[in-house]
Design a protein around this ligand. Structure first.
Ligand code: AMP
Ligand code: MG
Length: 507
């Protein structure tokens, strides 16, 4: 088989390609990295939605993808003639417990495409049938979780947060059984790659150092090519993965996103948000907020996410030990030094982002304290996360906006001291208030995929076959920082009877 070196700097597609001309760098890694198999066909696929903009960015002709032939591919009923579809092997720590074999139990990697920017991207079908890694499951996905992943991942992309993308969603015409019979669906997902912390763990658990090295080399070529030039390329790789992950989690913390299942198999080596299960955007801020029905101990609570990311990366660093140095003690020192950098990197990204949210452009020593004091006050007063920050944008121009901002707090006067300190700090900065307001609005979204809206969309689709609310919500979330007065309802916090207490992965 030809060896192809994957790279992020390949020539971009200039001509329109179709889903039948994919690339297969991962499928050319050693056989023990995956299982070769085709998706299991479905009886009556129907297109719910094609992401035309993304399709074009990938170099596809959206018109061709939407034809019956295109639909057959998106549903897994047809694979490219010389295609090399695979299910990837991986392991992972699930809620702290190591499972040596997980793998794509219901996802099939169709192949890769070099997009218009020259970046290599995976095309995967999630819900495409059983695989050798399926264990107890049915290999399928239900419509609700597919719509949820479509909405939230596209919302994240619009917010500028690295994420896997949704290329298309189809219904299968088949029933899947969860607690009740549900319509089946398949998500065509796009990722920089689907390599996870758990992919390295899979080989580490088997003592397969050759595989770890091959995987690391693949990751360097594909995601971190600059590491090649470092004196210790694997240490440089580890540092880069840690830096990207720290930056990613900082972005989550700045928009109130709770991943919900930060198992090591759900952490992407490329630094993208991946595997949207029981995830949630917080309404009311609280550091201990947990929505996931399966996270009974609150391990993946909002405020725990940076610590958990570091824990996961420590598990990754352990798998790197044989690569970091010949001598074990030296390798451990390298790993510890890399992991030790996580919080500094996280704080830098978080502080930079938080300053933007508060309209501060020049870094001051007390900025993180100012930010934390606001969060503490929000937590004590059940303030809505997104609306509080959006309210601050107007409050920067005049104190007229203070009334609606204060009304978000159980005790409106609780915020007064903080606002005074903030205004004092803004006065020190100088600058034009209107320009600041514009900049702040770009850092403080008005529209987030609130749980009650997502539930509303899913319920209309699953119970009534009505996909219009899905389309509307997607359109609103594609411009999260704009006012869109005609969709004011979608900006509101849930009324008490609308509050969603728990989210389910529904797998
Ligand atoms: P997740 O919780 O979605 O990250 O999945 C954890 C593991 O369970 C992965 O190995 C999945 O492939 C597998 N899995 C989840 N749902 C199913 C399903 N319906 N059928 C087969 N495998 C599944
Ligand atoms: Mg997963």
């Amino acid at each position: 088989m030809p060896t192809r070196i994957p790279g992020t700097v390949a020539a971009p597609q200039t001509e329109v390609v179709d889903l039948l001309t994919l690339d297969y760098s991962y499928a050319h890694l050693p056989d023990r990295f995956f299982a070769r198999l085709e998706p299991t066909p479905v009886v009556a696929p129907r297109l719910i939605r094609l992401n035309e903009k993304l399709a074009r960015q990938l170099g596809f002709d959206p018109g061709a993808l939407a034809t019956p032939d295109g639909l057959e591919i998106l549903a897994g009923n047809r694979v490219p003639e010389n295609g090399e579809p695979i299910a990837m092997a991986y392991a992972g720590h699930q809620f702290g417990n190591f499972v040596p074999q997980l793998g794509d139990g219901r996802a099939i990697l169709l192949g890769e495409i070099i997009d218009r920017d020259g970046a290599r991207r995976d095309i995967q079908l999630k819900g495409a049938g059983r695989t050798p890694y399926t264990r107890g499951g049915d290999g399928r996905a239900a419509l609700g979780p597919v719509l949820r992943e479509y909405i939230v991942s596209e919302a994240m992309a619009a917010l500028g947060i690295p994420t896997t993308r949704a290329l298309a969603a189809v219904t299968t015409g088949e029933t899947v059984w969860r607690e009740t019979p549900l319509p089946g669906a398949i998500l065509a997902r796009v990722a920089s790659s689907h390599i996870r912390v758990g992919t390295f763990q899979f080989f580490a658990a088997r003592g397969d150092v050759d595989a770890i090295r091959s995987l690391a080399d693949h990751v360097i070529g594909r995601h971190y090519p600059q590491s090649v030039d470092a004196a210790n390329r694997y240490r440089a790789l580890l540092d880069s993965i840690i830096a990207r992950q720290a930056g990613l989690v900082a972005k989550w913390m700045l928009v109130g996103f709770i991943h919900g299942v930060m198992n090591t198999d759900n952490m992407s080596i490329a630094g993208e948000t991946i595997d949207y299960g029981p995830c949630a955007f917080m309404d009311v801020y609280h550091p201990a907020a947990v929505y996931s029905s399966i996270d009974t101990m609150g391990r993946y609570a909002f405020g725990n996410q940076p610590r958990i990311a570091q824990w996961n990366l420590a598990r990754l660093a352990e798998t790197f030990l044989p690569l970091l140095a010949d001598d074990e003690d030296a390798a451990v020192k390298e790993a510890q030094a890399a992991i030790g950098m996580f919080f500094a990197r996280f704080e830098t990204a978080y502080a930079t982002g938080f300053r933007r949210k508060l309209g501060l452009f020049q870094p001051h020593a007390g900025d993180l304290t100012l930010a934390q004091d606001l969060l503490d006050c929000m937590g004590r007063n059940s303030a809505d996360f997104a609306l509080t920050f959006r309210g601050l944008c107007d409050a920067t121009v005049s104190s007229e906006g203070d009334v609606s901002l204060r009304s978000l707090f159980d005790d409106p006067s609780a915020l007064d001291d903080w606002v005074e300190r903030w205004r004092h700090r803004l006065a020190e900065e100088g600058g034009d208030a209107n320009a600041r307001r514009v900049a702040m609005r770009a850092a403080n979204p008005l529209f987030i995929p609130r749980n009650h809206l997502v539930e509303e969309v899913i319920s209309a689709a699953v119970n009534n076959g009505d996909f219009r609310p899905f389309e509307t919500l997607l359109a609103v979330l594609s411009a999260p920082h704009e006012d869109q007065p005609e969709f004011g309802r979608h900006a509101l916090a849930p009324r008490p009877e609308q509050i969603v207490q728990q989210t389910f992965c529904g797998t």
